[in-house]
Design a protein around this ligand. Structure first.
Ligand code: ADP
Ligand code: MG
Length: 704
């Protein structure tokens, strides 16, 4: 092994010639460079083109950086105190240019040799109208060729602290250059199969590392960047792909053998509509998974209103048909209750029991539920975090469904697993779509289903943006809708850092709404996080039953609530919301057959990003497009909690901008794994070795 993977890259950085223990310490602390490999992967953020040598008579008022080759003049110290400086000049065939140093004067005096030939590089400044270079880089022509020999000079990020100790970007480039003089091609083995290398015309790996630091041309630099980005994404894809197949191979799961009477009876007699093609396809995928004897670990993606809940219900019936209990975890009390009511209503004529368990369930009722769960007489449990508590023990939990994924931490979900001897099948339903490219990368190790079709007959929500000065008209519009028998949401932002302020805004907003909609004939519900649960419930119920026509709320209604009669979603201070939140909120309307409206009310002045967000909302109702746009605007790290997962910690690659490379990486990785799932072919030995070296990186091997 050691012959194939020489250990030189693992050497501590202090062993690099010219570094030593003291500087190594600073590099570690300031730049997290502790090994040769870290230095190798400490990439320049740009290059300076020094291939061109200017002449002094070329200098004009617009000149910025210049490089002059010439003879160094005499060194003179001028001035006192703060103006004390070392002054000289560089002379070429066309003229002379002044050079000035304010610092390291004695050192410069000692090392510079007047009368010798130098290459001088720096940023031009003008003093009293005269051009000069302050603290230029000086390179003696007699010196041995260092990193300066390369036309494109790497520029590395450094810190003020390091610069003050002589460890600026220039010194870093010397270290990197030194590193390459100690490395041989074998030290950075080529792990890509020749076929991939050739078909994609990728720069060989050693060359790529060299070129990213010291490229011979801009094209060589771009090629190296392309290659190293490819590697990051390719290795990620291989790694997660292997984790997935390992899990599929090793995990044990309960078997749902048959589709039984509960499922069939419900499907033929109760189901109030025809399933969409996408819903049917996903059910088939779930059915296939749960019959294999392996544990299902599936992410179900679908746009708001695409009917994920029905898929959940049918899967629970499948579990019950096979003698297993199931549970559905929802993020809020309101949502749990709504699911429970909905399920009970739909299942009332079937021999199956549904219970709701939340923090507010009284102790007697709670005892009863726990007893029924343990004895196995209860089939379906719906609830909030309360379900996860240790006291909650199932007789034979076979399926756990998690609605609106991102609100549960990984650790919380893991607790669910322990509630059964063989871990239950897990189905996680996302709240809003995740961009496809992100899902393919971040969730590659999961099984993944997608509902990409809305139930028929849905009219897209008509979305408009209005400014504060339009408010009276907007309110009149809502009045008209209420006259037609519809209901309206009015949503205020909730930003955690300024909770108190938001709360005050909400109350002010509520008073304002009341002024437009006096009681009677108008009745208003208000719902927010500071209310006692019972107050919130009551308000919610009155709106659901139609007693109140308007619901003033913070984003607590964001997730899942289903009130088909509501036709207006007015979002106050819409510019303060993120795209996925706006999309979620809009999804609360347009659930019935009537035309629905979403009004994005904003302050009179909008920033560029806010304007773009509101525009895209008005342009489309396609959650996948919105998710892609969101990722473009915010970067992938902020979407759906992937930042914590550590998976998308690419140093160079960016899954938004480098979509094409990503696609190549995915295709190549899939092909490799299809041919050799465990990387046992001789052709893949080096690839396998590379993965072993990178082990220890965080991965989401499971969603729960
Ligand atoms: P989400 O995917 O956002 O959780 P829901 O499951 O709440 O969506 O479904 C939204 C609405 O669409 C519900 O009222 C539901 O009853 C209805 N629905 C679901 N599937 C269909 C279908 N195939 N045909 C018609 N309506 C459907
Ligand atoms: Mg839902």
């Amino acid at each position: 092994m050691s012959r194939i993977f020489p250990k030189i890259l693992a050497s501590p950085i202090e062993y690099l010639k010219g570094v030593g223990p003291h500087r190594a310490d600073m590099l570690r602390k300031e730049l997290q460079i502790s090994s040769f490999r870290d230095l190798l992967e400490f990439y320049p953020y740009r290059h300076v083109d020094k291939s061109r040598i200017n002449t002094i008579n070329e200098i004009s008022a617009g000149t910025e950086f210049i490089q002059i080759a010439g003879i160094l003049g005499a060194l003179n110290i001028l001035g006192e105190g703060r103006t004390r400086r070392l002054v000289s000049e560089i002379k070429d065939a066309t003229g002379s240019l002044q050079l000035v140093w304010f610092q390291s004067i004695s050192w410069m005096q000692r090392t510079l040799n007047p009368g010798f030939r130098y290459l001088v590089y720096g940023k031009l400044s003008f003093f009293n109208g005269e051009p000069q270079l302050t603290h230029p880089e000086m390179e003696s022509f007699t010196q041995e060729k260092g990193p300066e020999a390369f036309p494109l000079q790497p520029v590395y990020p450094s810190t003020e602290k390091l610069k003050a100790r002589g460890l600026g970007g220039r010194q870093l480039s010397k270290f990197t250059h030194q590193l390459f003089s100690q490395l041989r091609e074998n030290d950075i083995p080529e792990f890509l199969p020749g076929q991939i290398l050739e078909s994609l015309s990728l720069t060989p790996r050693f060359q790529a590392f060299k070129d990213i630091h010291f490229p011979a041309s801009p094209a060589a630099y771009l090629d190296s960047l392309n290659r190293l980005k490819f590697d990051e994404m390719f290795l990620n894809q291989i790694r997660t792909g292997m984790i997935k197949s390992q899990r599929q191979k090793n995990s044990r799961g309960v078997v749902f053998e048959q589709v039984g009477p509960l499922f069939n009876e419900f499907y033929s007699k109760v189901l109030p509509f025809e399933l969409t093609g996408a819903q049917k396809r996903v059910l088939k995928e779930i059915r296939r998974d749960t019959a294999t004897g392996k544990q299902m670990n599936r992410l179900l993606q679908g746009d708001v209103g695409s009917g994920k809940t029905m898929v959940a219900l049918l899967t629970m019936l499948l579990a019950a048909d096979n003698g297993f209990q199931s549970c559905l975890l929802a993020p809020t009390e309101i949502l749990s209750r709504q699911h429970a009511d909905h399920f009970r209503e739909l299942l009332k004529d079937l021999p199956i029991s549904v219970a709701l368990l939340t923090g507010t369930v009284k102790s007697a009722a709670r005892k009863k539920i726990l007893h029924e769960l343990a004895s196995g007489s209860l089939n379906i449990l719906i609830g909030t975090h309360a379900i996860i508590e240790d006291a909650v023990q199932f007789r034979n939990l076979g399926l756990a469904i998690i609605d609106e994924q991102h609100r549960f931490g990984v650790a919380q979900r893991a607790k669910l697993w322990k509630k059964a001897g063989i871990p239950p099948h897990v189905l996680v339903m996302t709240a809003t779509p995740i961009p496809r490219t992100l899902a393919m990368t971040a969730y590659n190790d999961l099984d993944y289903s997608i509902i990409d079709e809305l139930p028929p007959g849905r009219q897209p929500v008509r979305t408009v943006q209005r400014y504060e000065y339009n408010r009276p008209k907007v309110m009149d519009f809502i009045k008209d809708e209420i006259k037609k028998g519809r209901q309206a949401y009015i949503i205020f932002p909730l930003i955690e850092e300024s909770e108190k302020l938001d709360y005050e805004n909400l109350l002010k907003g509520y008073e304002n709404v009341k002024a437009y909609f006096p009681e009677p004939p108008y009745y208003i519900s208000m719902v927010h996080g500071r209310q006692k649960p019972i107050v919130r419930e009551t308000n919610m119920k009155r709106f659901i039953s139609g007693e109140t026509q308007i619901m003033v709320a913070t984003t607590v209604v964001e997730v899942g609530v289903n009130i088909p009669n509501a036709s207006v979603m007015l979002i106050e201070s819409a510019e303060k919301f993120g795209l996925s939140q706006l999309h979620q909120l809009r999804g609360r309307v347009g659930r019935g057959n009537e035309q629905s409206f979403c009004i994005l009310l904003s302050g009179n002045k909008l920033g560029k990003d806010a304007r773009e967000r509101l525009n895209i909302m008005c342009e489309t109702t396609d959650g996948f497009r919105i998710a892609e746009k969101d990722m473009e605007l915010r970067g992938p790290g902020d979407i759906a909690g992937t930042r914590q997962s550590g998976i998308l910690d690419f140093k160079l690659a960016d899954i938004v901008r480098d979509k094409n490379i990503l696609q190549q990486a995915i295709r190549s990785a899939d092909r490799v794994l299809a041919e050799d799932p465990e990387l046992q072919l001789a052709d893949h030995a080096l690839l396998r070795g590379q993965l072993m070296q990178e082990r220890g990186k965080t991965v989401w091997s499971r969603i729960s």
